[in-house]
Design a protein around this ligand. Structure first.
Ligand code: NAD
Ligand code: UGA
Length: 651
């Protein structure tokens, strides 16, 4: 039985407040308030559509969120997306792409980030992002399509730009019908709950701006990952500044992964929309659902209660991370028993109840979210008086730390317990492949442990993380040691061969395809369309995923055939793109790319030549594979000594 909550003061609730629990301010009351009596559960009555909230006997009068007519009462012409980061930028771009009649303005206080979004050099790397931004931000020309219809050629109308980037936060909020709040929600570093609770400063700041300047009725959408009950906090901020004005609050957590953000946004497994059970809540949810319905089948849109929606995001990340820690715990056993964690993951994953995803053993999860979201969950559990639950999830983090700690200590032990006078090469800094995001990479922990041994040098190569980003991340270690050259031993270089030359050990810390020594699996050249994977009809022709060759400059030998990248645009649309904004003559990004011998679009899939590397590393040619990307037989054949997480040492 579906049961949507009501947020604090009920503006237009269709329910009798005496029979439906309101939102208690005390967290511990929350669990009680939402326990549904067993006798009210009707197990026989299954919902018509997956995720569709079924009207309870209390909620018969509430409008259907998934019905397009419900959306018509909340017209959306302008959307303000607050936060131009990894979520805000790509999400706004995809919404704009599919809703050309809506003006989408992404605002951020960070002038440099906004400038980058407006330029040729987007601030984040995501396969396919550039194409989506190009068409929504820059528009497209009118074109003739030959012989498409029985009557002859068809004309595709010109497309006007409808995606904008700006630092004018207040001015944009003032005209918005909907605000997507996509600001950062990191872990608190000081004060109550430091290290675990969520730092809500950015979210509060954005909400205050909205409260003071938004039009009455503006729909507020939590896209940031937030602790359960943040909807109430937002309502309270609104009420404090604009008493009596209705601002519907929705939770619409984002499930995209970095590196596949555009694919995830184009083909989401589900779009969760959490709302309160009021008429305005359902109407607002319908308006948001309608935006997504421009490209997502309505059967994949799941309206749920706002608290469930907030909590389901934390739970989803916690459960994904838990799988990684589970397989990593097994990898430690494998190393002491001659079992192979790759074989175990494969055989476990064949059980359809378990499935193959997120069973790749390695250095553990990094990135800006898993750790902070589990920390937030443990803090929530403790606040609710559930220490056993908190301890359960804490163990997922403990296992994650254990994994990179024992990897780094194994490297040191293998190199005779000393790194004095030795060079360590690090291939890969990003927390996972296909992203230039250097935040919270496992590499940082590994480097921290290596630095304790006073190595002569640590040379890092990553195809996408910028030197500035890596150095900024490493700067947290400066408290204990001089880290970056010239005063410290760490250097970031722009090609893998320089990184590895004369090294005593090569460490693979990111699963980039280019570090593999087996043949990469080539993508099918047959275009894949979303219409083929979805049951619903695709409303536009921009959803084709077609291989397209990137401009590429490789730094060193060899040059095997390049892997085509996926473009979300149909080939004919690529020809309609209008010219990109041009760079100023002194553009620093253009200058640094050309001086490093790299194109702005760097090749990340062409395999490096391990045979060449084998001739330049020091004997006995140690390679430590922290991501399980190397084929052991081939590496040993080239004279390397290979150590892999999750497999017993060969030496
Ligand atoms: P980010 O740090 O890349 O971007 C956040 C942006 O918000 C920054 O550019 C910051 O300057 C801006 N900002 C903060 N306060 C502002 C204000 N008051 N006005 C205007 N701009 C403001 O963060 P992100 O990685 O995009 O993550 C955003 C949220 O989405 C987080 O809650 C995160 O947990 C969640 N999330 C992230 C991912 C991911 O892959 N990165 C995936 C799903 C969910
Ligand atoms: C993750 C989730 O997958 C997204 O659904 C979620 O939206 C996002 O967090 C978020 O909330 O920020 P992301 O962190 O971008 O996405 O990347 P993942 O693919 O989940 O990888 C996370 C980390 O786990 C990486 O360091 C990766 O190398 C590691 N990992 C992943 C493994 O070690 N083994 C695996 O089998 C899978």
């Amino acid at each position: 039985m579906y049961h949507t909550p009501s947020l604090g003061r009920s503006d237009d609730s269709a329910v009798d407040s005496s029979s439906v629990p309101g939102t208690p301010s005390d967290m511990s009351m929350f669990a009680q308030a939402y326990s549904i009596p067993a006798d009210s559960l009707d197990m026989g009555a299954l919902p018509e559509r997956v995720g569709t909230p079924q009207p309870s006997r209390y909620h018969m009068a509430l409008p259907d969120i998934l019905h397009p007519e419900t959306a018509s009462s909340v017209p959306i012409r302008t959307i303000c997306c607050i936060g131009a980061g990894y979520v805000g930028g790509p999400t706004a771009a995809v919404i704009a792409l599919h809703n050309p009649h809506i003006r989408v303005v992404v605002v951020d206080r960070d002038q440099r980030r906004i400038d980058a979004w407006k330029s040729r050099h987007l601030p984040i790397h995501e396969p396919g992002l550039e194409d989506v931004v190009r068409i929504a931000r820059d528009g497209a020309a009118e074109t003739r399509r030959r012989g498409d219809s029985p009557t002859g050629d068809t004309m595709d109308a010109a497309r006007q730009p409808n995606l904008f980037f700006s630092t004018a936060c207040i001015e944009t909020i003032k005209i918005a019908d909907m605000c997507l709040i996509s600001v950062n929600t990191p872990t608190k570093t000081r004060g109550v709950g430091a290290g675990r609770a969520t730092d809500m400063a950015a979210l509060e700041g954005a909400c205050r701006d909205i409260a003071m300047h938004a039009k009455a009725g503006c729909v507020l959408v939590e896209k940031s990952t937030v602790p359960c009950k943040t909807g109430q906090l937002i309502k309270d901020i609104m009420e404090a500044h604009r008493p009596g004005v209705v601002f519907p609050v929705l939770s619409n957590p984002e499930f995209l992964s970095e590196g596949t953000a555009i694919r995830d946004l184009m083909q989401p497994d589900r779009v969760v929309i959490g709302c309160e059970s009021t008429i305005s809540g359902h109407r607002a949810a319908a308006a948001l659902a309608n935006l997504y319905a421009a490209w997502v089948p309505r059967s994949r849109i799941a309206p749920i209660g706002i608290w469930s929606s907030e909590l389901c995001k934390l739970a989803a990340n916690a459960m994904l991370a838990q799988r990684i820690s589970s397989i990593n715990s097994i990898s430690a056993i494998c190393e002491r028993t001659d079992a192979d964690v790759g074989e175990i993951a494969k055989s476990i994953g064949l059980d359809p109840r378990i499935g193959p995803q997120f069973l790749k053993a390695g250095l553990g999860f990094g990135g800006s979210c898993f750790r902070k979201d589990i920390a937030s969950l443990t803090y929530l559990a403790e606040s609710l008086g559930l220490p056993e639950v908190a301890a359960y999830w804490q163990q997922v983090l403990t296992m994650n730390d254990f994994q990179r700690d024992r990897f780094a200590r194994h490297v040191i032990a293998t190199l005779n317990n000393s790194l004095r006078g030795k060079k360590v090469a690090i291939l890969g800094y990003a927390f996972k492949k296909n992203t230039g995001d250097a935040r919270e990479s496992p590499a940082l922990d590994v480097i921290r442990i290596l630095l304790e041994e006073g190595p002569k040098s640590i040379t890092i190569y990553d195809p996408l993380c910028s030197e500035a980003d890596i150095k900024r991340e490493l700067s947290v270690l400066e408290r204990d040691y001089a880290v970056s050259m010239p005063s410290g031993p760490v250097e970031v270089v722009s090609d893998p061969y320089t990184a590895c030359a004369n090294s005593n050990a090569v460490l693979i810390l990111t699963d980039w395809d280019m570090f593999k020594n087996s043949k990469p699996v080539t993508q099918s050249s047959k275009p894949v369309t979303i219409a083929q994977t979805y049951d619903g009809a695709t409303p536009t022709d921009v959803l084709h995923l077609t291989p397209r060759i990137e401009r590429v400059t490789i730094n060193k030998p060899p040059t095997p055939p390049r892997t085509p990248k996926l473009s979300p645009l149909a080939p004919e649309l690529n020809t309609r793109l209008l010219p990109e904004p041009s760079c100023p003559a002194d553009c620093t990004v253009c200058r640094s790319s050309s001086s490093a011998g790299m194109s702005a679009e760097t090749d990340t899939t062409t395999p490096i030549d391990w045979a060449t590397i084998s001739k330049t590393v020091r004997e006995p040619r140690w390679v430590f594979d922290g991501r399980g990307v190397l084929d052991a037989r081939a590496m040993v054949g080239m004279g390397f000594r290979l150590e892999t997480l999750g497999r017993a040492s060969m030496y």
